[in-house]
Design a protein around this ligand. Structure first.
Ligand code: GLC
Length: 734
């Protein structure tokens, strides 16, 4: 987000004309007051829609009703600067009131959760991150920005860039996985895609980096729980995605619910003022997460709402989402001198800068022709193909014994599992604006692909299994495709689980299918890594297909039939059992690294390492790595390796570069991802992967938050996952 000199003076000019009430109005994001018989908070309404208590249509009816009485007088009086509405006609109406009927005509900034697509929903982030495809990350975000803007949304509460290492946390589904480097590449690409400022302001929105910060480190994987860590852990693992995205020009940041080392991030002067606005020189504005300021009273850091509001604004929180605490208390706090006008002016300047940068003063409305385009049920063809491409590239082949896959269309398939036939479950958590008719279930995808398929629901993530149906499914077929996993409502916000095995009786269902001795292809449809010890031991084929968005069925069918060779990798480690969580590849060695010997870092009743590690994913072909070389330049290392397609079909391999700082003034991880390259290889083809690792990137933050480059021995790794790698050692003097 860069402002021209003219834009900066426009901001100053507006600021100088504003009354205190108008300034405070800009700092107030009204979340919908729900009417129409649902007097419940917005978040609960989302939950009701997600777990099916109300339909998508009902949700949208209530939302448009809710905005009917959207404090229109407050907007006229300049007491509302921002809202959350996804209806373009309603947004045009409300913008018109703000621009034509308020004293200064400042347009509204209108935010909404567009996390992985708006109408054209693409894979959940944990899946898309596994494509390791930065150009794709950017393209899907740009598509989402265009669709959001076409609905009057000019600010999206995305990307979610919380590094997360504990699959018990439901929100692992929303973020880029366990690795900081992959997370920074994802974060930067998403900011570029969302904020790709062009002359045509119908093509970009303000991004919102969330949740700042370390929300994914919630203790025990329990959502909203406390987080505690050293300064080195904060600066080495959780802050870098935000630092990188701020450097990429992100316009806004959302503070997270969690307390960090005892101070809730909503009122945390260190993370907000010292780091974000100080060290990182962040020029945009910070918004609280829903209700975040009020919750500081419950956290026990504020006596009451006014105290919470005072701490929040003084800590550097510029906009209040949904509590009205700034609206109700800031004027008094300013008059009493507890909050200075400089502090308030700084917040308002940041908010106005984003609005000016968004072109809202020149183009605040959604043009009629753009609205009509989306009012028909057909989506732009280019968007459907992007969602399909992202879905196909996100699929991870975990196991394929005896090359059961790919299937042939002449094989008679028994498709088993309730999830397979349910198109309403393909989009995953935090997708609220899709239309049922645009969603392709796995059953529909197989049928469209010309499969000879019979469908037997047999059972799903909830309730019992149908024994009779299971036995029918195992007769008269050549192969069984079993789709198991999680409902949308089982991941995302407020969906932490202590047991992350397949929910319901799905494992029992799989046992009966395996007992039939027919080949079983298991397709996982889930929002988090699952604990798959029995499955990995007993199932011949496991395909991780996550929640892939509207084109899920088409993508899964294309991979099962081999029209597409799977190339996805895991952005998060999978445990064998839930008790291993948190589990991740980039851990310190400890003095007794886990092994089979007793007195080492291990469990008596479970493996010590991941079932499937970060970066892992098979292909229908095989790849060989050799001739790795590391050469040292003045400021960087050059790392090369030859990769050969040694199998029978063309395929794409994600070559991964890792490093280990073997001895440091604080212990460093056994491996850290430092680069990746995707190679498309024909049968028998050899390509050289060439990496440049800057020496400046080989350091780390110590517990005084100093970035250190320490001479010593380094191990450099290259491979197709974080476990099986070639390695070269090199001693470096910086
Ligand atoms: C939620 C989420 C946040 C979302 C916000 C607005 O509670 O934590 O990710 O953007 O509310 O819906």
């Amino acid at each position: 987000m860069q402002l021209t000199e003219a834009q900066k003076s426009k901001v100053e000019d507006l600021l100088n004309q504003m009354t205190l009430e108008e300034k405070i109005g800009q700092m107030n994001l009204e979340s919908p007051s729900i009417v129409g018989g649902f007097e419940v908070p917005f978040e609960e309404l989302i939950e009701m829609m997600t777990d099916g208590r109300i339909s998508q249509e009902e949700f949208q009816r209530i939302m448009s009703e809710a905005t009917r009485d959207f404090h229109e007088d407050d907007i006229r009086a300049g007491r509302v600067g921002s809202m959350m509405v996804d209806d373009p006609r309603k947004n045009n109406e409300l913008q018109k009131i703000a621009i034509e009927e308020s004293r200064l005509g400042i347009p509204l900034i209108i935010g909404f959760d567009v996390i992985h697509g708006f109408r054209s929903v693409y894979p959940i982030a944990i899946a898309e991150a596994g494509t390791f495809d930065e150009e794709l990350f950017e393209r899907t975000a740009h598509m989402a920005a265009k669709e959001a803007r076409a609905h009057g949304i000019n600010w999206t509460f995305a990307p979610m860039i919380d590094v997360a290492r504990d699959a018990r946390w439901g929100r692992v589904s929303e973020g880029p996985g366990e690795d900081t480097y992959l997370g920074t590449c994802f974060a930067k690409a998403k900011v570029r895609g969302l904020q790709n400022q062009t002359e045509n302001s119908q093509e970009y929105v303000a991004a919102c980096l969330k949740h700042y910060v370390a929300y994914g480190a919630c203790e025990s994987g329990r959502d909203y729980n406390t987080t505690n860590m050293s300064m080195s852990q904060l600066h080495n693992v959780y802050l870098p995605t935000f630092k990188a995205a701020v450097e990429e020009g992100a316009a806004t940041v959302m503070a997270s619910f969690n307390d960090l080392n005892g101070v809730p991030c909503t009122v945390n002067p260190y993370t907000l003022r010292t780091v974000l606005k100080g060290l990182y020189k962040f020029p945009g504005f910070v918004v609280s997460d829903a209700n975040g300021i009020k919750e500081c009273v419950v956290h026990g850091i504020a006596e009451d709402d006014a105290d919470a509001g005072e701490q929040a604004i003084n800590a550097g929180l510029d906009m209040d989402m949904g509590t009205n605490i700034y609206k109700d208390h800031l004027a008094n706090l300013a008059e009493s001198g507890k909050v200075t006008m400089d502090t308030i002016n700084d917040a308002v300047r940041r908010i106005l800068s984003v609005k000016v940068w968004l072109g809202l003063f020149e183009n605040p409305y959604v043009p009629e022709e753009i609205m009509q385009q989306y009012e028909e049920d057909r989506l732009p063809g280019e968007h459907v193909s992007i969602t399909l491409e992202a879905a196909q590239k996100s699929i991870v082949l975990l196991k394929n014994d005896d090359q059961i896959l790919p299937l042939s269309r002449s094989q008679k398939i028994s498709l088993v599992g309730e999830l397979a036939g349910n198109a309403e479950e393909v989009c995953g958590a935090w997708a609220m604006s899709w239309k049922r008719e645009n969603c392709v279930s796995i059953l529909a995808g197989l049928k469209n692909a010309g499969a000879d398929v019979n469908y037997f629901p047999c059972g799903g993530p909830e309730g019992n299994i149908n024994e009779e149906e299971i036995s029918k499914a195992t007769e008269d077929c050549d192969v069984i495709v079993a789709v198991v996993g999680e409902l949308i409502s089982m991941s995302g916000e407020a969906s932490s689980k202590a047991n992350i095995e397949l929910p319901g009786k799905q494992r029992e269902m799989l046992k009966r299918l395996v007992a039939s001795r027919k080949p079983v292809v298991t397709v996982l449809m889930n929002g988090r890594p699952l604990a798959l010890d029995w499955e990995a031991e007993n199932l011949p084929v496991i395909v991780e297909s996550w929640h892939l968005g509207i084109q899920m069925g088409t993508a899964v069918a294309s991979v099962l039939f081999g029209d597409v060779n799977p190339s996805g990798k895991l952005s998060s480690s999978f445990p064998s059992v839930s008790g291993q969580c948190p589990i991740y590849y980039n851990h310190p060695s400890t003095g007794r690294p886990g092994s089979k010997s007793k007195f080492t870092s291990r469990y008596l009743d479970a493996p010590f390492d991941a079932l499937y590690p970060f970066g892992y994913g098979l292909s229908y072909t095989t790849f060989a790595y050799d001739d790795m070389k590391v050469t040292e330049g003045n400021d960087e290392l050059q790392v090369t390796v030859d990769v050969t397609n040694t199998g029978a079909v063309a395929g794409t391999e994600t070559v991964q570069l890792y490093m280990q700082d073997v001895t440091g003034s604080i212990v460093r991880p056994v491996k850290e991802l430092k680069g990746f390259i995707k190679l498309e290889l024909k049968v028998g083809e050899i390509k050289k992967a060439m990496f440049t690792l800057k020496k400046q990137d080989m350091g780390f933050y110590d517990n005084d938050s100093n970035y250190l480059l320490e001479d010593g021995l380094f191990r450099i790794y290259v491979g197709g996952n974080s476990r099986e790698c070639l390695c070269e050692e090199i001693r470096i003097t910086f």
